[in-house]
Design a protein around this ligand. Structure first.
Ligand SMILES: Cc1ncc(COP(=O)(O)O)c(C=O)c1O
Length: 377
Protein backbone atom coordinates (compact mmCIF):
# COMPACT_ATOMS: atom_id res chain seq x y z
CA UNK A 1 0.00 0.00 0.00
CA UNK A 2 1.21 3.49 -0.85
CA UNK A 3 -0.12 6.19 1.46
CA UNK A 4 -0.56 9.72 0.10
CA UNK A 5 -3.24 11.02 2.49
CA UNK A 6 -1.08 12.66 5.12
CA UNK A 7 -3.03 15.94 5.15
CA UNK A 8 -6.00 13.93 6.49
CA UNK A 9 -3.95 11.93 8.98
CA UNK A 10 -0.30 10.94 8.78
CA UNK A 11 0.86 7.36 8.28
CA UNK A 12 3.09 5.75 9.36
CA UNK A 13 3.53 7.34 12.77
CA UNK A 14 7.02 7.76 14.15
CA UNK A 15 8.60 4.60 15.48
CA UNK A 16 8.01 4.24 19.22
CA UNK A 17 4.82 6.35 19.29
CA UNK A 18 2.52 3.35 19.80
CA UNK A 19 4.83 2.03 22.54
CA UNK A 20 4.80 5.39 24.33
CA UNK A 21 1.00 5.28 24.31
CA UNK A 22 0.89 1.66 25.45
CA UNK A 23 3.27 2.42 28.33
CA UNK A 24 0.83 5.03 29.52
CA UNK A 25 -1.95 2.43 29.59
CA UNK A 26 0.11 -0.36 31.13
CA UNK A 27 1.77 1.55 33.95
CA UNK A 28 -0.19 2.75 37.01
CA UNK A 29 -1.66 6.21 36.40
CA UNK A 30 0.65 9.00 37.47
CA UNK A 31 -0.39 12.33 38.94
CA UNK A 32 -3.84 11.05 39.77
CA UNK A 33 -4.70 14.41 41.30
CA UNK A 34 -3.93 17.51 39.33
CA UNK A 35 -2.56 19.30 42.38
CA UNK A 36 0.22 16.69 42.63
CA UNK A 37 3.07 18.76 41.29
CA UNK A 38 5.91 16.83 42.89
CA UNK A 39 7.09 15.67 39.46
CA UNK A 40 6.31 16.96 35.97
CA UNK A 41 3.63 14.79 34.34
CA UNK A 42 3.71 13.40 30.80
CA UNK A 43 1.16 16.08 29.98
CA UNK A 44 3.31 18.91 31.28
CA UNK A 45 6.39 17.60 29.50
CA UNK A 46 4.44 17.57 26.25
CA UNK A 47 3.22 21.11 26.95
CA UNK A 48 6.84 22.21 27.20
CA UNK A 49 7.76 20.50 23.93
CA UNK A 50 4.83 22.15 22.14
CA UNK A 51 5.83 25.56 23.51
CA UNK A 52 9.40 24.90 22.32
CA UNK A 53 8.28 23.91 18.82
CA UNK A 54 6.41 27.21 18.40
CA UNK A 55 9.10 29.35 20.12
CA UNK A 56 6.55 30.24 22.79
CA UNK A 57 7.78 31.10 26.26
CA UNK A 58 4.78 30.15 28.41
CA UNK A 59 3.85 26.42 28.40
CA UNK A 60 0.97 27.09 30.82
CA UNK A 61 -0.87 28.78 27.94
CA UNK A 62 -0.77 25.58 25.86
CA UNK A 63 -4.24 24.07 26.28
CA UNK A 64 -4.73 20.42 25.31
CA UNK A 65 -7.95 19.14 23.76
CA UNK A 66 -9.09 16.56 21.23
CA UNK A 67 -7.73 18.23 18.10
CA UNK A 68 -7.80 21.35 15.97
CA UNK A 69 -11.60 21.26 15.64
CA UNK A 70 -12.09 21.50 19.39
CA UNK A 71 -9.27 24.04 19.72
CA UNK A 72 -10.91 26.26 17.09
CA UNK A 73 -14.30 25.95 18.81
CA UNK A 74 -12.71 26.92 22.15
CA UNK A 75 -11.00 29.91 20.53
CA UNK A 76 -13.87 31.11 18.32
CA UNK A 77 -16.54 30.78 20.99
CA UNK A 78 -14.19 32.17 23.62
CA UNK A 79 -13.22 35.26 21.64
CA UNK A 80 -16.15 36.24 19.39
CA UNK A 81 -17.91 39.24 20.87
CA UNK A 82 -21.73 39.46 20.64
CA UNK A 83 -23.06 41.93 18.07
CA UNK A 84 -19.76 42.28 16.23
CA UNK A 85 -18.15 41.09 13.00
CA UNK A 86 -15.69 38.27 12.46
CA UNK A 87 -13.38 38.31 9.46
CA UNK A 88 -12.29 35.04 7.88
CA UNK A 89 -11.41 33.68 4.44
CA UNK A 90 -12.64 31.36 1.72
CA UNK A 91 -9.66 29.06 2.28
CA UNK A 92 -10.99 27.88 5.66
CA UNK A 93 -11.82 24.34 6.73
CA UNK A 94 -15.31 23.57 8.08
CA UNK A 95 -13.70 23.44 11.54
CA UNK A 96 -13.63 27.25 11.26
CA UNK A 97 -16.62 27.89 8.99
CA UNK A 98 -19.21 25.85 10.86
CA UNK A 99 -18.57 27.32 14.36
CA UNK A 100 -18.84 30.76 12.72
CA UNK A 101 -22.03 29.84 10.84
CA UNK A 102 -23.58 28.67 14.15
CA UNK A 103 -22.72 32.00 15.76
CA UNK A 104 -24.14 33.83 12.75
CA UNK A 105 -27.36 31.81 12.88
CA UNK A 106 -27.86 32.64 16.54
CA UNK A 107 -27.70 36.30 15.51
CA UNK A 108 -24.57 36.92 17.55
CA UNK A 109 -22.04 37.81 14.86
CA UNK A 110 -21.77 38.76 11.22
CA UNK A 111 -19.15 36.95 9.17
CA UNK A 112 -17.07 38.77 6.54
CA UNK A 113 -15.34 36.48 4.03
CA UNK A 114 -12.13 37.50 2.26
CA UNK A 115 -12.02 35.87 -1.15
CA UNK A 116 -8.82 33.92 -1.87
CA UNK A 117 -8.39 33.32 -5.61
CA UNK A 118 -6.59 30.19 -6.89
CA UNK A 119 -4.49 28.64 -5.51
CA UNK A 120 -5.92 30.13 -2.32
CA UNK A 121 -3.95 33.38 -2.11
CA UNK A 122 -4.77 35.53 0.90
CA UNK A 123 -3.93 39.05 -0.21
CA UNK A 124 -3.07 41.52 2.59
CA UNK A 125 -4.79 44.48 0.87
CA UNK A 126 -7.96 42.53 0.30
CA UNK A 127 -7.90 41.44 3.96
CA UNK A 128 -7.35 45.01 5.14
CA UNK A 129 -10.17 46.34 2.95
CA UNK A 130 -12.58 43.83 4.47
CA UNK A 131 -11.85 44.94 8.06
CA UNK A 132 -14.48 47.22 9.58
CA UNK A 133 -14.75 49.20 12.78
CA UNK A 134 -17.01 46.46 14.15
CA UNK A 135 -14.54 43.65 13.38
CA UNK A 136 -13.70 42.06 16.73
CA UNK A 137 -12.03 38.81 15.65
CA UNK A 138 -10.07 37.35 12.71
CA UNK A 139 -9.69 33.64 11.89
CA UNK A 140 -7.16 32.62 9.24
CA UNK A 141 -5.89 29.29 7.94
CA UNK A 142 -2.08 29.19 7.78
CA UNK A 143 -1.70 26.51 5.06
CA UNK A 144 -4.64 25.44 2.90
CA UNK A 145 -5.42 21.74 3.26
CA UNK A 146 -6.63 21.78 -0.37
CA UNK A 147 -3.83 23.56 -2.22
CA UNK A 148 -0.92 23.97 0.21
CA UNK A 149 -1.05 27.76 -0.34
CA UNK A 150 0.49 29.56 2.62
CA UNK A 151 -0.83 32.76 4.19
CA UNK A 152 1.60 35.42 5.39
CA UNK A 153 0.57 35.12 9.02
CA UNK A 154 3.05 37.75 10.26
CA UNK A 155 1.58 40.34 7.86
CA UNK A 156 -2.02 39.45 8.74
CA UNK A 157 -1.12 39.58 12.43
CA UNK A 158 0.32 43.11 12.03
CA UNK A 159 -2.89 44.33 10.38
CA UNK A 160 -4.94 42.86 13.22
CA UNK A 161 -2.65 43.98 16.03
CA UNK A 162 -2.66 47.58 14.79
CA UNK A 163 -6.44 47.57 15.34
CA UNK A 164 -6.46 45.51 18.55
CA UNK A 165 -8.21 42.59 16.82
CA UNK A 166 -7.36 39.09 18.14
CA UNK A 167 -6.25 36.64 15.44
CA UNK A 168 -6.94 32.90 15.52
CA UNK A 169 -4.54 30.91 13.33
CA UNK A 170 -5.59 27.47 12.10
CA UNK A 171 -2.21 25.73 11.96
CA UNK A 172 -3.63 22.24 11.36
CA UNK A 173 -1.58 21.73 8.20
CA UNK A 174 1.45 23.79 9.15
CA UNK A 175 2.24 22.57 12.67
CA UNK A 176 5.09 20.10 12.22
CA UNK A 177 5.44 20.97 8.54
CA UNK A 178 7.03 24.42 8.72
CA UNK A 179 8.68 26.46 11.44
CA UNK A 180 6.17 28.76 13.16
CA UNK A 181 7.43 31.54 15.40
CA UNK A 182 4.68 32.39 17.85
CA UNK A 183 6.94 34.40 20.16
CA UNK A 184 5.81 37.84 19.02
CA UNK A 185 2.06 37.36 18.64
CA UNK A 186 0.59 38.18 22.08
CA UNK A 187 -2.82 38.92 20.54
CA UNK A 188 -3.13 35.60 18.66
CA UNK A 189 -4.24 32.04 19.39
CA UNK A 190 -2.93 29.10 17.39
CA UNK A 191 -4.85 25.84 16.91
CA UNK A 192 -2.81 22.71 16.18
CA UNK A 193 -3.57 19.04 15.73
CA UNK A 194 -1.44 16.07 16.71
CA UNK A 195 -2.36 13.54 14.05
CA UNK A 196 -1.14 15.23 10.87
CA UNK A 197 2.41 16.58 10.35
CA UNK A 198 3.16 16.25 14.08
CA UNK A 199 2.94 12.48 13.45
CA UNK A 200 1.05 11.78 16.68
CA UNK A 201 -2.17 9.85 17.28
CA UNK A 202 -5.71 10.98 16.50
CA UNK A 203 -7.73 12.62 19.27
CA UNK A 204 -5.12 15.06 20.55
CA UNK A 205 -4.33 18.66 19.70
CA UNK A 206 -4.54 22.02 21.32
CA UNK A 207 -4.59 25.75 21.44
CA UNK A 208 -1.71 28.10 22.22
CA UNK A 209 -2.97 31.39 23.57
CA UNK A 210 -0.98 34.62 23.38
CA UNK A 211 -0.38 36.39 26.69
CA UNK A 212 -2.68 39.34 25.94
CA UNK A 213 -5.70 37.14 25.25
CA UNK A 214 -8.31 36.02 27.73
CA UNK A 215 -10.90 33.51 26.54
CA UNK A 216 -14.44 33.01 27.78
CA UNK A 217 -14.81 29.44 29.00
CA UNK A 218 -16.60 27.40 26.34
CA UNK A 219 -16.29 23.97 27.95
CA UNK A 220 -16.65 23.49 31.71
CA UNK A 221 -16.66 20.55 34.11
CA UNK A 222 -14.44 18.69 36.52
CA UNK A 223 -10.80 19.62 36.97
CA UNK A 224 -9.81 17.48 39.97
CA UNK A 225 -8.94 20.62 41.92
CA UNK A 226 -11.04 23.31 43.59
CA UNK A 227 -14.21 21.25 43.30
CA UNK A 228 -15.78 23.64 45.81
CA UNK A 229 -15.98 26.39 43.16
CA UNK A 230 -19.12 26.95 41.08
CA UNK A 231 -17.03 27.89 38.07
CA UNK A 232 -13.75 26.78 36.55
CA UNK A 233 -10.63 27.63 38.62
CA UNK A 234 -9.16 30.84 37.27
CA UNK A 235 -5.75 29.41 36.31
CA UNK A 236 -4.02 28.44 33.07
CA UNK A 237 -4.25 25.92 31.50
CA UNK A 238 -6.75 24.17 33.77
CA UNK A 239 -9.50 26.73 33.19
CA UNK A 240 -9.79 25.45 29.61
CA UNK A 241 -9.11 21.73 30.15
CA UNK A 242 -12.29 20.48 31.81
CA UNK A 243 -12.65 16.70 32.02
CA UNK A 244 -10.17 13.86 31.81
CA UNK A 245 -7.48 14.55 29.26
CA UNK A 246 -6.29 12.08 26.63
CA UNK A 247 -3.10 11.12 28.42
CA UNK A 248 -2.17 8.19 26.14
CA UNK A 249 -2.66 10.48 23.15
CA UNK A 250 -0.56 13.21 24.73
CA UNK A 251 2.15 10.65 25.58
CA UNK A 252 2.20 9.56 21.91
CA UNK A 253 2.38 13.16 20.78
CA UNK A 254 5.22 13.91 23.22
CA UNK A 255 7.16 11.02 21.68
CA UNK A 256 6.59 12.08 18.08
CA UNK A 257 7.47 15.70 18.92
CA UNK A 258 10.82 14.49 20.21
CA UNK A 259 11.47 12.76 16.87
CA UNK A 260 10.41 15.77 14.84
CA UNK A 261 12.58 18.16 16.85
CA UNK A 262 15.54 15.77 16.49
CA UNK A 263 15.16 15.49 12.69
CA UNK A 264 14.47 19.20 12.18
CA UNK A 265 11.60 20.74 10.23
CA UNK A 266 13.77 22.00 7.38
CA UNK A 267 14.82 18.54 6.27
CA UNK A 268 11.18 17.34 6.24
CA UNK A 269 10.19 20.42 4.25
CA UNK A 270 12.97 19.83 1.72
CA UNK A 271 12.02 16.22 1.17
CA UNK A 272 8.33 17.03 0.63
CA UNK A 273 9.18 19.87 -1.76
CA UNK A 274 11.31 17.49 -3.82
CA UNK A 275 8.43 15.03 -4.11
CA UNK A 276 5.97 17.82 -4.93
CA UNK A 277 8.02 19.26 -7.77
CA UNK A 278 8.62 15.79 -9.25
CA UNK A 279 4.90 14.98 -9.16
CA UNK A 280 3.74 18.33 -10.56
CA UNK A 281 6.32 18.27 -13.36
CA UNK A 282 5.29 14.76 -14.43
CA UNK A 283 1.54 15.50 -14.10
CA UNK A 284 2.09 18.36 -16.56
CA UNK A 285 3.38 15.85 -19.12
CA UNK A 286 0.13 13.88 -18.97
CA UNK A 287 -1.57 16.75 -20.77
CA UNK A 288 -5.08 16.10 -19.47
CA UNK A 289 -4.46 17.12 -15.88
CA UNK A 290 -5.52 20.40 -14.24
CA UNK A 291 -3.35 21.14 -11.19
CA UNK A 292 -4.89 23.53 -8.65
CA UNK A 293 -2.32 23.55 -5.86
CA UNK A 294 0.38 26.06 -4.94
CA UNK A 295 3.50 26.06 -7.17
CA UNK A 296 6.11 23.50 -6.02
CA UNK A 297 8.73 26.14 -5.15
CA UNK A 298 6.32 27.74 -2.65
CA UNK A 299 4.56 24.56 -1.55
CA UNK A 300 6.23 23.64 1.76
CA UNK A 301 3.60 21.25 3.12
CA UNK A 302 3.58 18.75 0.23
CA UNK A 303 -0.06 19.06 -0.89
CA UNK A 304 -0.89 18.57 -4.59
CA UNK A 305 -4.46 18.88 -5.83
CA UNK A 306 -5.62 18.08 -9.36
CA UNK A 307 -8.28 16.63 -11.64
CA UNK A 308 -7.94 14.45 -14.72
CA UNK A 309 -9.88 15.49 -17.78
CA UNK A 310 -13.56 14.55 -17.45
CA UNK A 311 -13.01 11.87 -14.80
CA UNK A 312 -14.87 12.43 -11.51
CA UNK A 313 -12.29 12.74 -8.73
CA UNK A 314 -14.05 10.11 -6.62
CA UNK A 315 -13.75 7.51 -9.42
CA UNK A 316 -10.00 8.10 -9.72
CA UNK A 317 -9.70 7.72 -5.95
CA UNK A 318 -11.49 4.35 -6.03
CA UNK A 319 -9.42 3.04 -8.94
CA UNK A 320 -6.16 4.16 -7.33
CA UNK A 321 -7.10 2.43 -4.07
CA UNK A 322 -8.78 -0.72 -5.36
CA UNK A 323 -6.66 -1.45 -8.44
CA UNK A 324 -3.29 0.08 -7.58
CA UNK A 325 -3.25 0.11 -3.76
CA UNK A 326 -2.61 3.86 -3.60
CA UNK A 327 -4.46 5.90 -0.97
CA UNK A 328 -5.33 9.52 -1.82
CA UNK A 329 -8.18 11.80 -0.73
CA UNK A 330 -10.85 13.03 -3.14
CA UNK A 331 -13.86 15.33 -2.77
CA UNK A 332 -14.19 18.69 -1.06
CA UNK A 333 -11.69 18.09 1.77
CA UNK A 334 -14.04 19.84 4.27
CA UNK A 335 -13.22 23.14 2.53
CA UNK A 336 -16.21 23.86 0.27
CA UNK A 337 -15.45 27.57 -0.27
CA UNK A 338 -11.90 26.84 -1.38
CA UNK A 339 -13.24 24.42 -3.98
CA UNK A 340 -15.71 27.10 -5.16
CA UNK A 341 -12.72 29.41 -5.67
CA UNK A 342 -10.96 26.69 -7.68
CA UNK A 343 -14.07 25.97 -9.76
CA UNK A 344 -14.10 22.37 -8.52
CA UNK A 345 -17.30 22.52 -6.43
CA UNK A 346 -19.24 20.24 -5.81
CA UNK A 347 -17.27 17.22 -7.03
CA UNK A 348 -13.94 18.42 -5.66
CA UNK A 349 -10.56 17.12 -6.74
CA UNK A 350 -7.88 14.51 -6.11
CA UNK A 351 -5.45 15.40 -3.33
CA UNK A 352 -2.02 13.87 -2.84
CA UNK A 353 -0.38 14.81 0.46
CA UNK A 354 3.13 13.72 1.34
CA UNK A 355 4.95 12.98 4.57
CA UNK A 356 8.68 12.56 5.10
CA UNK A 357 8.15 8.78 4.85
CA UNK A 358 7.24 9.00 1.15
CA UNK A 359 9.79 8.41 -1.62
CA UNK A 360 10.36 9.17 -5.28
CA UNK A 361 9.65 5.61 -6.38
CA UNK A 362 6.19 5.80 -4.77
CA UNK A 363 5.47 8.95 -6.77
CA UNK A 364 6.64 7.12 -9.92
CA UNK A 365 4.23 4.30 -9.13
CA UNK A 366 1.39 6.79 -8.80
CA UNK A 367 2.36 8.36 -12.13
CA UNK A 368 2.38 4.94 -13.81
CA UNK A 369 -1.10 4.26 -12.40
CA UNK A 370 -2.40 7.63 -13.61
CA UNK A 371 -0.89 7.03 -17.07
CA UNK A 372 -2.71 3.70 -17.25
CA UNK A 373 -5.98 5.40 -16.27
CA UNK A 374 -5.48 8.28 -18.73
CA UNK A 375 -4.58 5.80 -21.48
CA UNK A 376 -7.99 4.23 -21.08
CA UNK A 377 -10.03 7.46 -21.31
C1 LIG B 1 -7.07 23.13 7.79
C2 LIG B 1 -7.69 22.21 8.79
N1 LIG B 1 -8.30 22.73 9.87
C3 LIG B 1 -8.85 21.93 10.81
C4 LIG B 1 -8.82 20.56 10.71
C5 LIG B 1 -9.42 19.71 11.80
O1 LIG B 1 -8.42 19.04 12.52
P1 LIG B 1 -8.74 17.88 13.58
O2 LIG B 1 -8.81 16.61 12.80
O3 LIG B 1 -7.58 17.88 14.52
O4 LIG B 1 -10.00 18.22 14.28
C6 LIG B 1 -8.21 19.99 9.59
C7 LIG B 1 -8.24 18.51 9.40
O5 LIG B 1 -8.45 18.02 8.33
C8 LIG B 1 -7.62 20.83 8.61
O6 LIG B 1 -7.01 20.33 7.52
Amino acid sequence: MIYFNNAATSYPKLEGTAEAMAKCLIEPPSNLYREDVTQPSTIDRCREKIAGLFHFSDPSRVVFCSGATEALNIAINGLARPRSRVITTTREHNAVLRPLYYLRRSGDVQVDLVSCPPPGILDGNRFENTLTRETSLAVVNHISNVTGAEADIAAIYSLCEARGIPLIVDASQSAGAVDIDFSSMPLAALAFTGHKALLGPKGVGGLIVGRELDLRVWKSGGTGIRSDLEFMPDAWPIKYEAGTRNEPGIAGLAHSLGGILARGLLSVEKQKMGLTSHLVEELGKLGVVAVYSERPEKNRSGIVCFNIDRWPAADIGYVLKDVFGIRVRTGLHCAPLMHRELGTFPDGAIRISFSASNHHDEVDELLRALKTIVGRT
